[in-house]
Design a protein around this ligand. Structure first.
Ligand code: KIV
Ligand code: ZN
Length: 502
């Protein structure tokens, strides 16, 4: 079987999407999960683009072993040198350099001729190769570039030492058949291409990123660039879970294998939701809440008789449990610990105590505590974002004939700060009180709420985006009470604002 290399760009292209920024500690956590799940290459960021990006790549390079760590660089010497500086501590490092090749980018963005771009690409790869042995070159907007020019560029960069050549569908424009033809053309026309890895990098503007990726692999590409939950610029990148599970589920059709331990996919996906505050749609392939839920009577009947009637992969294969009833108020710490272990969380005693205390509070309010409740809870409790503020107490008086009035107490270190405020509704009132306490006026851009778990007593997950000083921040909170979930979401967003350096 042909081995497919998985190149994960959640921390670079994914993190580049509006409001998805992660703290450096969160990036390290994600990179460790990516290495643990078996990703071949982790693209950790774009070092020259900001000091924070540099630090992110550097710290991932220091802390993560097993996978190759890649950094992105334009075809400028200063970018490549800075990239190497960030990657230095990595035991396996890759410099990934790119330049656009389409006429539209050359004319309007780069204002360069083809000859100039060809030289920049070649010089960049030659320079990168003098620093590291593993060099990837990307022809940005390849799918809208002239094929003959692509042939010349790839030929030159391979001669200069590129070991991977990436063919990005930067704007999600291509379709499977055309993309496969392009890969096939390059395989026939570019001398030396059989000695390097052909990579594909698809965006999802037309919802074709996974299909395009798979078709290009069938045509001979051997590296797939993906992001967890498909996050990324605009409509996102090809999704990690979709590409990997397609390869696994349709092994009969593709004859490919990856090194991915698919049982860790769900946990990885949930971690990205928690860290970025970007939820996945309930019907999202593979990791959506409903991906293994059967509603229609006929489907339920079929599944009860034989799971494979309506399931093409098992929930366990991505680390999800089928069981509905999990734990309740009579469960002890041992039971919770075992259940968490089954879900892939092996916690140190201190964290387990924290989670267990919170679990008992929820179990008191709910008849049943489901796996999803536990996962939501653990992400809330163990979120590695520094908690500048945390909730001590809140109360809100509301009704159809009173002005909603909230009192909120937040902890900041040892200090407890209290404020009261009125608003148009209970959430507005608590938000105004929190803004006063934290002295952080924000503009609420979006607010969405969905049930994280099933049933009347489900946990509510609230996701907000707020604007502060022209930057957008996300916040995510879960609780059985929606106002409380809203409070946690705003505190989460404000902690993110403080972390980003108020
Ligand atoms: O979409 C794209 O073209 C990119 C490149 C930098 C690989 O992200
Ligand atoms: Zn991209």
């Amino acid at each position: 079987m042909d081995r497919i290399y998985i190149f994960d760009t959640t921390l670079r292209d994914g993190e580049q999407s509006p409001g998805a920024s992660m703290t450096v500690e969160q990036k390290i956590e994600v990179a460790k999960l990516l290495a643990g799940i078996g990703v071949d290459v982790i693209e950790a960021g774009f070092p020259i683009s900001s000091p924070k990006q540099f630090e992110g790549v550097r710290r991932v390079a220091e802390s993560v072993r097993g996978s190759t760590i890649a950094g992105l660089a334009r075809t400028l010497e200063k970018d490549i040198d800075r990239c190497l500086e960030a990657l230095q501590p990595a035991s396996k490092k890759r410099i990934h350099t790119f330049i656009a090749t389409s006429d539209i980018h050359l004319t309007y963005k780069l204002k360069k001729t083809k000859k100039e771009v060809l030289k920049l690409a070649t010089d960049a790869v030659r320079h990168a190769k003098s620093l590291v042995s593993d060099v990837e070159f990307s022809a940005e907007d390849a799918t809208r570039s002239e094929w003959e020019f692509l042939r010349d560029v790839y030929t030159a960069v391979i001669e200069a030492g590129a070991t991977t050549v990436n063919v990005p569908d930067t704007v999600g424009y291509t379709v499977p058949e055309e993309y496969a033809r392009l890969i096939d053309y390059l395989r026939r026309e570019v001398p030396g291409i059989d000695k390097v890895i052909i990579s594909v990098h698809c965006h999802n503007d037309l919802g074709l990123a996974t299909a395009n990726t798979l078709e290009a692999l069938k045509a001979g590409a051997r590296q797939a660039e993906v992001s967890v939950n498909g996050i990324g610029e605009r409509a996102g990148n090809a999704s990690f879970e979709e590409v990997v599970m397609s390869i696994k589920t349709r092994e009969d059709c593709f004859g490919f294998k990856t090194k991915i331990k698919t049982e860790q996919i769900y946990h990885l996906s949930k971690t990205i939701v928690s860290f970025t505050g970007m939820p996945v749609q309930p019907n999202k392939a593979v990791v959506g809440e409903n991906a293994f839920a059967h509603e229609a009577g006929i489907h339920q009947d079929g599944v009860i008789k034989h799971k494979m009637t309506y399931e093409i992969m098992t929930p366990q294969s991505i680390g999800r449990q089928r069981s509905i009833l999990v734990l309740g108020r009579h469960s002890g710490k041992h039971g919770v610990k075992e259940r968490l272990k089954e879900l892939g969380y092996i916690l140190p005693a201190k964290d387990l105590d924290k989670v267990f205390t919170k679990f008992t509070e929820i179990a008191d309010k709910k008849k049943e505590v489901f796996d999803a409740d536990l996962i939501a809870l653990i992400e809330e409790e163990l979120n590695v974002l520094p908690k500048t503020f945390s909730l001590d107490y809140f109360s809100v008086i509301t009704g159809n004939r009173v002005i909603p009035t909230a009192t909120v107490k937040l902890k900041r270190g040892d200090e407890i700060i209290q404020e009261a405020a009125t608003g148009d509704g209970p959430v507005d009132a608590v938000y105004k009180a929190i803004e006063k306490i934290t002295d952080t006026p924000i503009k609420l851009i979006s607010y969405s709420i969905n049930a994280v778990t099933h049933g009347k007593d489900a946990m509510g997950g609230v996701t907000i985006t707020v604007e502060k000083d022209n930057r957008v921040y996300r916040g995510y909170g879960v609780a059985t009470d929606v106002v409380e979930a809203s409070v946690h979401a705003l505190i989460n967003a404000i902690n993110r604002i403080f972390y980003n350096g108020l």
